[in-house]
Design a protein around this ligand. Structure first.
Ligand code: PLP
Length: 412
């Protein structure tokens, strides 16, 4: 049994907002467990100083960053902590890596494959490399709202430099078989860049099993504060040209962490991962291995969320005039995260979202920074869709209350 009551108690914001308030906008940023909030406050109170000094507080900052790096490495199953770089957000890391790749682009291998299912942050920056001579090849989602790895085959060649793709879509929730993408791309000598931002809070991540080359996450979607992290194969990161002052080592992570970032948020991220590890103890009380505990927790989260997805799809289907996008079969919930885009016929998405907000239900409307998905689904660009995005602290009861509210809106 998933310990939902204990989980909800771990997130003070849920109580603060009132038991009746429903957080269904988690794909834009999730709430934080108490220990992560405490870690941020403690960092600011006890060691709000610059790293690299010889005094106690500064050494503690260095130690906190090193500890967080190790925790993120375990969370991702990285080969070594030095493969993990900390920064402001995922977008700036995608940009940093793409610009570095652009600088060294050769005419003999200048093709970049991008998808029309991604968040624009993993598209626009690659498109900008046309100025460096890149040829862009589009990998299109099928009508089922999914990217199929076999569709890559005709797009790949010895000219492919990199495939940029999501692990899961932030608009439709569809999950991509990235291990299969890596297998096919590597067979042509191409690299794979994965946007893991949306998938991050929803299931286990194993960069070695995915066999990708780069991967980015946003901490604030994985129950941490606003920050982002980049993972890459050490040798590849070390080989990319980045801007750095001469005295900064030309190796990861230092070369990707030029300047000061938000140390208290790195400490908060570490604590958010400790929360996940602790949750793993509920499922494996005798285990002490950190990776195993994180895996147990993330597998339990994935399975619990699959039951929420099935419930949500049934609820959506029960409301008249609702058009749901992407995977709608309750039997296929393991192919998606609990993130749902939908519209109500003859009602604007902004009207539906505003009315839900008035009833204490937080959802989002618009294009979800995925205007190409909206276009493919023939959704009016100006209006977009409504998105409800759940995480493991949401409940079936909230889904039922949401469905009742949506029914009232649909009939109005
Ligand atoms: C799939 C996906 N990629 C990238 C981003 C951008 O992340 P960040 O805000 O960390 O730059 C988001 C943000 O919502 C996202 O959902």
């Amino acid at each position: 049994m998933f310990p939902i009551h204990e989980v909800r108690k771990s997130f003070p914001a849920l109580k603060q907002a009132g038991e009746n308030f429903i957080f269904f906008d988690n794909a834009a940023g999730a709430q934080m467990p108490k220990q992560a909030l405490d870690a941020v406050a403690e960092h600011l109170l006890l060691r709000n100083v610059q790293r690299g000094g010889p005094y106690r507080q500064s050494r503690e900052v260095d130690a906190a960053i090193a500890r967080a790096r190790e925790s993120v490495a375990i969370f991702l199953n990285a080969r070594q902590p030095e493969e993990v770089c900390f920064g402001m957000n995922a977008t700036s890391f995608i940009r940093l890596v793409s610009m570095a790749i652009g600088q060294k682009l050769r005419a003999s291998r200048n093709e970049i494959i991008v998808t029309d299912l991604d968040h624009e942050s993993n598209i626009a920056t690659w498109l900008a490399l046309r100025a460096n001579g890149a040829k862009i090849i589009w990998w299109k989602m099928r009508r089922d709202g999914r990217l199929h790895a076999e569709d890559l085959d005709p797009l790949l060649s010895k000219k492919t430099r990199i495939v940029a793709c999501p692990l899961a879509s932030n608009s439709l929730g569809s999950i991509l078989d990235v291990a299969e993408v890596s297998r096919r791309a590597h067979a042509h000598g191409a690299e794979v860049f994965v946007d893991c931002v949306h998938y991050g809070p929803h299931g286990p991540i194993d960069v070695q099993a995915l066999d990708c080359d780069y991967l980015v996450c946003s901490g604030y979607k994985i129950f941490g504060p606003h920050m982002g992290f980049l993972w890459g194969r050490k040798q590849l990161l070390d080989g990319l040209p980045t801007f750095r002052e001469d005295f900064i080592p030309d190796t990861a992570p230092a070369k990707f962490e030029v300047g000061t970032y938000v140390y208290e948020n790195v400490a908060g991220m570490d604590a958010a991962l400790a929360y996940i590890e602790n949750l793993g103890k509920r499922f494996s009380p005798t285990t002490s291995g950190r990776r195993v505990l994180i895996l147990k927790a993330m597998e339990a989260i994935r399975d619990y969320e699959a039951s929420l997805s099935a419930e949500f799809l049934r609820a959506l289907a029960s409301v008249e005039n609702v058009v749901a996008y992407g995977i709608t079969d309750p039997a296929a919930v393991l192919q998606r995260t609990p993130t749902f885009c939908f519209n109500v016929k003859n009602k604007s998405a902004s009207d539906v979202a505003t009315r839900l907000a008035k009833q204490g239900i937080a959802v989002r409307n618009g294009n979800m920074y995925s205007p190409r998905v909206m276009k493919r689904l023939k959704i009016r660009a100006a209006d977009g869709a409504v998105r409800a995005s759940l995480v493991h602290y949401n409940t079936a009861d909230e889904i039922h209350r949401f469905a009742r509210a949506l029914r009232r809106i649909s009939k109005a």
